[in-house]
Design a protein around this ligand. Structure first.
Ligand SMILES: [Zn+2]
Ligand SMILES: [Zn+2]
Length: 695
């Protein structure tokens, strides 16, 4: 079977994509989530032994009204550090002396807005795939606090980042979304949220108010966390917080229940001003819960404690009297319920532990062996004893001691359950990763072996499908791979993606791996055998007899440049500016091409065919490469350039000028493309053509 070099390259690319996809499927583990129907179950009843406890309902809400003030990119030191003391005096007062609880909430990477909002409301650990969907966020279907609150008849109002409106299109009784697309605007985007406050705070027709301020994040993207703009923005946020808090306090006087004001950030801000990765500055966010329920006695010094960002979902659910979301992996922030009666405290902890252990059962086959699950069973038994003593009317010290013990046991169980679930969500699927890597490496080796000949447009490949040597090797390899597959998949506790595939699909992957290995080995044999047995063994390239496989400077430049560019992608410090090498390479290639053409056309040196037999091929190679890179009209012009440079001499009139001008045209187009959409941390905020066109 013969293949053109284009088909060969396309085939290799397809296999590469398949391999990379398989690798990524193993590298980014399947999310831990609950597959059961949302409304189906009633809450777990309070554990009881003998004596009849009939507390099967959910505990009542702790707060009448909840205001969530989310400030995008609110790093912990913006509130608890020196900046907070200087620019947020009211918040600092509340944190140090007021009735509040403060936390440093750790966000899990990717520290990007949409996955963080999801984590705050579902308590689950969203995967990296969410980054891709960040720009076009679909409706949140997973069980979450907002959906539960709406189902319970709570009226929710939202102002701020329109990501929320996309996530919850039908949940708010009133909303006003602001776009996060124009990073250069950090004033209007916040004023559009604040302008609603005066009226909405006077109204009584809502239960939950959510505000998402984007200004701070935009300042970070423009000029980083040390920018002089940060201070005034924090002061603005502080005065807004004061306004909301005073209004809530004045309304609370007649109400039965206190209200809750939660100040939080979705992610932090790196020293460069961006976010997305897992540095300390990006994952640590401030979280302050303000409510008169957290009244403190004189001399009560509270320091910010460390919690997970996902813990807020369970805490909000408890605060609003809602069931905890099913896929929640966080544990209740116990300090929030510390002021409640012991029976209620234990009930909250029990509900949280039941939810986490159910999630563990659904996601871990050997859940009974997990220490968290055992701990949960012990706590439940002790809890049962406590309830029996309590219902018998005992009021002794034993009851108090047992209560404290049950609470400690539950808290341990919660942290262990959370650990098991988090570990589960971060487990690599090594088998799929290895299979993907092997596929990618095989295709890469084949491509590299074929490069010298494939750069010539006349190359054709001869794939010997039925050669006896190849088919024997192929059969043996397939057998070995199948044996390996069976061994890996029957091993205990294996949850590999490949093992979950139907046999036909897994067999296809194995056959592909074996076939590629055969082809690679044949190509190697051919090279070492000096290319004498073109049709008998291996992958043969039919090249024109007069051309040799020597590489020209341009081939070398494009090959080494591409390799260098790929290597630069591995540098972590370069991760946001990697396109710069690409710009440099394309420009260099254009200039080198220009030099070559001009040398041939104007000076006419090296043109005699007998002196440089490979020049024609060289032109072909560049033309093919350029066609592949940009399918613009310039690429086509070049590909139609005369194959033999000596004929350039013969070209007269407009055609000659076209050949001479084409590299410059390509260069101009490259420049235009660059300014169409600025990219990279240092440049993204600069004005670009795309910006100007959409205006
Ligand atoms: Zn954000
Ligand atoms: Zn941002």
């Amino acid at each position: 079977m013969r293949l053109g070099s284009g088909t060969f390259a396309a085939g290799c690319v397809v296999i590469e994509v398949l391999g990379v996809a398989l690798f990524l499927r193993g590298f980014f583990p399947a999310p831990v989530f609950s597959g059961t129907e949302r409304q189906a179950e009633s809450p777990a009843p309070e554990p009881s032994a003998g004596a009849s406890s009939n507390w099967t309902e959910l505990p009542p809400p702790l707060f009448s009204k909840v205001v969530i003030m989310l400030i995008d990119a609110l790093r912990d030191d913006f509130v608890f550090g020196s900046k907070g003391v200087k620019f947020m005096p009211y918040t600092t007062y509340l944190v140090e002396k007021g009735s509040s609880l403060s936390f440093v909430a750790e966000a899990k990477p990717p520290t990007v807005t949409m996955p963080r909002i999801k984590a705050l409301l579902t308590g689950s650990l969203p995967g990296f795939i969410d980054v891709v969907r960040n720009l076009n966020s679909p409706t949140l279907l997973e069980d979450n606090v907002i959906t539960r609150a709406k189902a319970a008849g709570k009226r929710i109002i939202f102002y701020g980042d329109e990501t929320w409106v996309k996530l919850f299109p039908k949940h708010f009784v009133e909303y006003d979304g602001t776009t996060s697309f124009f990073v250069s605007d950090y004033t209007e985007v916040d004023n559009n949220v604040t302008r609603h406050l005066d009226t909405v705070l006077k109204r009584q027709d809502w239960d939950v108010l959510i505000l998402h301020y984007l200004g701070l994040d935009h300042i970070g993207h423009i000029s980083g966390p040390s920018s002089p703009l940060i201070g005034p923005k924090l002061s603005e946020m502080d005065s807004i917080l004061m306004k909301i808090h005073t209004s809530l306090l004045s309304e609370e006087r007649g109400a039965l229940l206190p209200s809750l004001l939660a100040l939080c950030g979705d992610h932090g801000m790196s020293e460069a001003g961006g976010h997305g990765a897992s540095s300390m500055e990006e994952v640590n966010t401030a979280l302050v819960l303000i409510s008169s329920a957290f009244e403190r006695k004189p001399g009560d010094v509270r320091h910010p404690t460390h919690v997970q960002q996902t813990d807020l979902a369970a805490t909000l659910s408890v605060g609003l009297g809602l069931p905890i979301p099913k896929s929640n992996t966080g544990s209740l922030m116990f300090r929030v319920v510390e002021g409640r009666p012991v029976r209620e405290q234990l009930r909250f902890l029990h509900l949280n532990a039941v939810q986490l252990s159910k999630l563990l059962q659904e996601n871990v086959p050997s859940y009974k062996k997990e220490p968290g699950f055992e701990q949960f069973k012990v706590s439940e038994r002790l809890h049962r004893n406590w309830v029996r003593l309590y219902l018998e009317g005992s009021n002794s010290e034993a009851l108090v001691n047992l209560g404290a013990k049950v609470r400690r046991q539950y808290l341990d169980a919660l942290s262990m359950l959370r650990l098991s679930l988090t570990r589960r969500a971060a487990q690599y699927d090594v088998y799929s990763m290895a299979a993907g890597t092997v596929l990618v490496l095989e295709a890469l080796a084949l491509l590299l072996l074929g490069v010298p000949q494939a750069l010539s447009s006349r190359a054709e490949l001869d794939v010997p499908l039925l050669s006896p040597v190849s088919s024997l090797l192929f059969g043996l390899l397939l057998l070995a791979l199948a044996a390996l597959h069976v061994v890996v998949c029957t091993a205990a506790d294996s949850s590999c993606y490949l093992c979950g595939l139907p046999w036909l699909a897994a067999g296809g992957v194995m056959a592909l791996t074996a076939a590629l290995l055969c082809a690679g080995m044949s190509a190697l044999t051919r090279i070492f055998a000096g290319g004498q047995c073109l049709t008998q063994v291996g992958l043969a390239f039919q090249t024109p007899p007069q051309s040799t496989s020597r590489w020209s400077e341009l081939d070398l430049l494009s090959f080494l440049g591409t390799v260098g560019h790929v290597l630069s992608l591995g540098a972590s410090s370069f991760i946001e500016e990697e396109h710069q090498t690409w710009y440099f390479l394309v420009n260099t290639l254009c200039l080198a091409l220009c030099h070559q053409i001009y040398r041939h056309c104007l000076l006419g040196d090296d043109c005699a065919p007998q002196r440089c037999p490979h020049t024609g091929e060289e032109f072909d190679g560049v033309a093919v490469a350029l066609q592949g890179k940009r399918a613009g009209p310039e690429g086509w012009e070049l590909s139609h350039a005369p194959k033999d440079p000596s004929s350039l001499e013969a070209l007269r009139g407009p055609k000659r000028w076209m050949v001479l001008a084409s590299p410059w045209l390509v260069l101009a187009c490259c420049r235009l493309l660059r300014s169409l959409n600025q990219t990279g941390v240092q440049w993204a905020h600069r004005p670009d053509l795309g910006h100007w066109l959409t205006r």
